[in-house]
Design a protein around this ligand. Structure first.
Ligand SMILES: [Zn+2]
Length: 119
């Protein structure tokens, strides 16, 4: 059974206690009445849904009931990390290569960032 760690309860619990709430870090336009119907429909219905790493919103529905975010690999179903709602998006390079990043020389040891559209 897949175990998911809730960042609020700080416990690994069975996935049956959680519900996926879709893509994370979606931002509603402050001037929503000025948006075209196509832009608003894209905001409401269209999602990235990449194969591989994705940022998702989850809810610990049968626990504390709170929403949180997670980085999950959609191929392996492995959670790389979870973090509280409102916290910034974690750096994927650091999550994938934690041993290559140190406090002493963070810029020199990091692998080059993937270009937009690359996985
Ligand atoms: Zn919880």
């Amino acid at each position: 059974m897949l175990l998911i760690k809730c960042p609020y309860c700080e416990e690994e619990r069975p996935e049956l206690e959680f519900r996926n709430a879709g893509e994370a870090h979606l931002v509603r336009s402050p001037a929503i009445s000025e948006q075209s119907d196509e832009d608003f429909a894209a905001f409401l219905y269209f999602r990235q849904n990449p194969k591989g790493l994705q940022f998702e919103r989850w809810r610990h529905i049968h626990g504390c009931g709170r929403f949180f975010n997670a980085v999950r690999d959609s191929v392996s179903d492995k959670f790389l990390t979870v973090y509280k709602a409102g916290e910034p998006r974690p750096d994927v390079e650091t999550l994938l290569n934690p041993e290559t990043v140190s406090d002493a020389e963070p810029a020199k040891k990091r692998a080059p960032r993937a270009k937009k559209g690359e996985l």
